[in-house]
Design a protein around this ligand. Structure first.
Ligand SMILES: Cc1cc2nc3c(=O)[nH]c(=O)nc-3n(C[C@H](O)[C@H](O)[C@H](O)COP(=O)(O)OP(=O)(O)OC[C@H]3O[C@@H](n4cnc5c(N)ncnc54)[C@H](O)[C@@H]3O)c2cc1C
Length: 403
């Protein structure tokens, strides 16, 4: 006997939880199914929590516009979740300083990124080394300058996930099934049949595939597995004596390293902590923190904030980002009849893109008309680009490390 639902969401990371949360306005019987013991246990709980359409490397691509829409949705979305969960999820909104540690980097930011930010309508404020000393006293005196991106935001993902978990579990419309590995999703004439490892089957009218790295093998056989792991390591400091935000801004810079450049990213928390990272380990799918990752993050952090050398490290962790072969998410109908919708492959931007992804998926599920921006997103992120016969078109966009 199979249990019948209106909607089954496969995967309970930030994307699956955001979709299930939003879909409650459309359906009375929703199941969210995850193979882990708790929701959000994979990439989502490893995220640092930047909501960053501008400072990420996607800037200038159409994805940064989607990310910008998502950022705009965040404050109201969080208020709604906070009210329902009766918890606070602080959103840091002072902005982000993208710092240049060399003259060449200052030129690159000024000549390449600033025109892109401006052409996308993003705000940007140039800051001289003198400005920086007043604005962020802990920042290294070696900074050649920076650009303030005043609308970049951040939050603590584990707080958001725990609030979503508690709202979903309390809602009579939602069934949360953890420790349940989905083995197959099969469309029949009337239903979608979702087979779970222990032999159970769920039957539903609509399904959303939000299984992160596990999504590839649940796509129809005509698709290649488009998922690609990118391990990331991060750590958390407790700044001695700090009670509020120990830094006024998020800080981001490209730091020179043996292997080229690496990203150094610091995100202050409201209780005196600073989360920092991150490594990009392409093709690595284990989530075991390593000594090399530790050294790499620490070197990046101290290049930006030398005082961090003496900050006690509370935690060092790693997670695996669910990237795709062309580094774009996969969002949209997987089957011709649109009953199965993919929402996966968010790489390093799942937290940033969660509300906009949920809104788009729910527009599709509810048969609502799409905005021009949503249609553009679907064109950019459509699952069909990974159908075997279409793959030649994708190959030309593949980054060099996966070719
Ligand atoms: C170190 C690090 C820092 C990051 N920092 C940021 C940041 O600052 N800002 C940002 O926007 N993003 C950041 N990210 C990226 C972000 O974490 C991901 O994009 C996001 O978590 C993806 O969410 P998801 O729900 O798609 O995937 P996941 O969180 O991986 O969730 C997928 C879920 O599907 C489940 N699943 C898989 N297969 C099956 C199956 N067969 N059956 C049932 N369940 C299944 C898994 O158990 C998992 O819970 C960071 C990532 C890392 C690693």
């Amino acid at each position: 006997m199979s249990r019948q639902f209106d909607l089954v969401v496969v995967g309970g990371g930030i994307i699956g939880c955001a979709v299930a949360y939003q879909a409650r306005s459309l359906f009375e019987r929703i199941a969210i199914v995850d193979q882990a013991r708790s929701l959000g246990a994979m990439a989502s709980s490893a995220a640092i929590g930047g909501i960053t359409p501008q400072s990420d490397d996607i800037c200038g691509t159409s994805l940064s516009l989607l990310a910008d829409q998502s950022r705009a949705l965040y404050p109201a979305w969080l208020r709604e979740i906070e009210n329902e969960a009766a918890v606070s999820i602080p959103l840091h909104t002072a902005g982000l300083l993208q710092v240049a540690l060399s003259g060449a980097e200052l030129d690159r930011l000024g000549c390449v990124l600033v025109p892109e930010w401006i052409s996308h309508g993003f705000e940007v404020v140039p800051c001289s080394p003198d400005d920086l000393q007043d604005m962020e006293p802990l920042l290294t005196r070696r900074a050649k300058g920076a650009f303030l991106l005043p609308r970049e935001a951040s939050l603590e993902p584990t707080r958001l996930l725990s609030a979503l978990d508690s709202v979903l579990r309390r809602d009579a419309r939602v069934t949360v099934l953890t420790g349940a590995t989905v083995e197959e999703m099969r469309s029949t004439q009337n239903n979608i049949m979702i087979s779970i490892k222990n032999g159970k089957t769920l039957s539903c009218h609509h399904a959303v595939l939000a299984a992160g790295l596990g999504s590839g093998r649940l796509l129809p056989a005509r698709n290649v597995d488009p998922m690609f792991p990118v391990k990331g390591q991060a750590m958390e400091f407790q700044v001695p004596g700090a009670v509020g935000y120990p830094l006024r801004f998020q800080l981001y810079a490209k730091v020179a390293a043996k292997e080229g450049t690496k990203s150094s990213y610091l995100v202050p928390r409201g209780d005196g902590r600073v989360a920092a990272g991150v490594t990009y380990e392409y093709g690595t799918s284990d989530s075991i923190p390593s000594r090399a990752g530790y050294e790499s993050v620490l070197t990046g952090v101290t290049a930006l904030v030398p005082a961090a050398r003496s900050w006690p490290i509370q935690r060092h962790w790693s997670g695996v980002r669910p990237a795709t072969l062309d580094e774009r998410p996969i969002i949209g109908p997987v089957t011709e009849d649109a009953r199965v919708i993919a929402a996966t492959g968010h790489f390093g931007l799942g937290v940033t893109l969660a509300p906009a992804t949920a809104e788009l998926v729910c527009s599709l599920l509810g048969g609502r008309g799409l905005t021009v921006e949503q249609q553009d997103t679907l064109d950019l992120c459509k699952p069909a680009r990974f159908i075997r016969d279409h793959l030649a078109q994708v190959v030309q966009y593949l980054p060099s490390h996966v070719q």
